[in-house]
Design a protein around this ligand. Structure first.
Ligand code: HEM
Length: 496
């Protein structure tokens, strides 16, 4: 007589439990499995993670606890409740730091502003804040961007028009913003954006490193650490990428240190002059950490913001027409180019500002934020938090909360930002969270709006952008909200 083996019995029990749990949970978007917790649902929906998280948050009143597999310590409190966000980022700021998990995942950032807490963070923040608010620094940024638009972006787009080439606008923005931020921070332009679209090792290394940083969020910690330890898979490539980035940074820092006579005007030189002195020059590590943090801060965020903005504008011709009308109305005269708008002129472009805010609301370049509680606390939603609880707030979901933005929250509607008097409506930062809120809010917000407006004007006035038909628009799996397949467009010269 045929007897069941132990393996078959276990399999039958497993299948029974699986079907039982599936039928119990099939109407809820997130299923908690025995042993595996909620991880299977997360992995299954990984390609659509932000909308999935948004749905789960919506169905759970804005806050829920994600439970990971047994013994993995992967329990995470996820929220999009603006009151919780305000509590974590501002009211109880002292109680919510970056924590050990963040620190381990983002080790590559060293002791820079993004990865540090308490006094190291404060030192970094005060130093950078004092530099960012200098008028001379703002003029330098404006000039750097303007120069790159003329010598890089417009030259490339003219070339693409003449050749009738299809262009991946996301790749172009990555190159543009990398060149800009390298010049601003290091005083060196790697020239990623030129007609040949060269493969620049350091730029590629940055992009790939980000993908690994995202994977580390969803893999159990022991697993990616094991891969790192044995230098296999994605972690092996990560080590190579970090080496490429470090070599570039240290070589730039070294040449600055050795430079005699008058120094160029760039962020590292300002730091070396202001924070160091002859006897105690600033050490290499600090300069390396500051540079990598700023390169990460200023490159992908702006390129992501621009990519989603151009996709939205290209697919909403009414918005495009209104932006163009506003730009033309504000040009000093018909013969003048957009260059003559200057910083003051840029601030008059209210509709364009609203359209950029709207793109950043729907597609925040940093879609998720990490925090870790130091002490026990109770969130405004009533959820209890223990020390070391990992907290993730979804910036993507906060931008889609109906109670804040209304029933049409999924619509791209720049008008929602404009008051009856024609000014910009102020939305508190814990609701319009794209630049984060509280003492750790983005230091580059003003710079970002300037750069995005300049790029938007330069392109929209000179070219008509058409998204290639049937091109799939899907967010990529990364710490920054890029498009998985880029943004493929056809570019035609526009006669003004
Ligand atoms: C559209 C463009 C940008 C967006 C959406 C954005 C968004 C953010 C967000 C969400 C944070 C909080 C990150 C965290 O604490 O983990 C942040 C912090 C920061 N951002 Fe930005 N950023 C942008 C551009 C820039 C630029 C261009 C710079 C500077 C060159 C910059 C410099 C910083 C710095 C230094 C911090 C750290 C603040 C701190 O921890 O005290 N950002 N940004």
């Amino acid at each position: 007589m045929y007897m069941f083996g132990i393996g078959e019995i276990l399999l039958a029990v497993f299948l029974f439990l699986a079907i039982h749990y599936w039928s119990l949970n099939r109407n809820t978007p997130i299923t908690k499995w025995p042993v595996l917790g909620m991880l299977p649902g997360l992995l299954y929906n990984m390609s659509n993670i932000h909308d999935y998280l948004n749905l789960v948050l919506k169905q759970n009143g804005g806050t829920f606890i994600f439970e990971g597999p047994w013994l993995t310590n992967m329990n995470i409190l996820c929220t999009s409740d603006p009151m919780n966000v305000q509590h974590i980022t501002s009211t109880k700021f002292e109680n919510y730091g970056k924590g050990n998990d963040f620190s381990e995942i983002f080790e590559i950032l060293g002791d820079g502003i993004f990865r540090s807490d308490s006094h190291i963070w404060k030192y970094n923040r005060t130093l950078l804040h004092s530099i960012f608010k200098k008028e001379s620094f703002q003029v330098f940024i404006h000039k750097t961007i303007e120069k790159k638009l003329f010598s890089g972006l417009l030259v490339f787009l003219d070339h693409a028009c003449k050749k009738g080439m299809q262009v991946d606008l996301q790749d172009i923005f990555q190159r543009l913003t990398f060149d800009n931020i390298c010049y601003i921070v290091l005083g060196f332009d790697p020239n990623c954006l030129s007609i040949e679209l060269p493969e620049i090792a350091c730029e590629r290394a940055f992009t790939h490193a980000e993908d690994t940083l995202f994977s580390r969020h969803v893999k159990p910690r022991f697993w990616w650490k094991l891969q790192k330890w044995f230098q296999v898979g994605e972690e092996k490539q990560f080590i190579k990428n970090q080496k490429i980035i470090d070599e570039m940074l240290y070589s730039e820092i070294k040449s600055k240190r050795e430079m005699q006579g008058e120094r160029k005007f760039d962020l590292l030189n300002i730091i070396m002059t202001e924070a160091g002195n002859g006897e105690n020059p600033i050490d290499y590590e600090f300069l390396r950490d500051t540079s990598i943090n700023l390169l990460a801060a200023g490159r992908d965020t702006i390129s992501s913001g621009l990519t989603w903005f151009f996709w939205l504008v290209a697919t909403h011709p009414f918005v495009e027409a209104k932006i163009l009308e506003e730009i033309k109305e504000n040009l000093p005269s018909r013969e003048h180019s957009w260059k003559d708008l200057g910083a003051k002129g840029l601030s008059k472009l209210i509709y364009l500002h609203g359209a950029l805010c709207e793109a950043l609301r729907l597609y925040p370049p940093v879609p998720l934020e990490h925090k870790s509680a130091l002490k026990s606390d109770v969130l405004p939603s009533g959820h209890r938090v223990k020390p070391n609880t990992m907290i993730v707030y979804s910036l993507y979901s906060v931008g889609r909360v109906e109670e804040i933005w209304g029933e049409d929250c999924l619509k791209f509607k720049p008008e929602r930002w404009i008051s009856k008097k024609g000014g910009i409506i102020h939305v508190p930062s814990y609701k319009f969270i794209a630049f984060n809120a509280g003492p750790r809010s983005c230091l580059g917000k003003d710079i970002s709006f300037i750069e995005m407006k300049m790029v938007a004007i330069a392109i929209l006035l000179n070219y008509h952008i058409q998204v290639v038909e049937d091109h799939p628009i899907i967010p990529s799996l990364s710490v920054v909200l890029h498009m998985k397949h880029g943004l493929k467009v056809n570019v035609k010269k526009r006669s003004i």
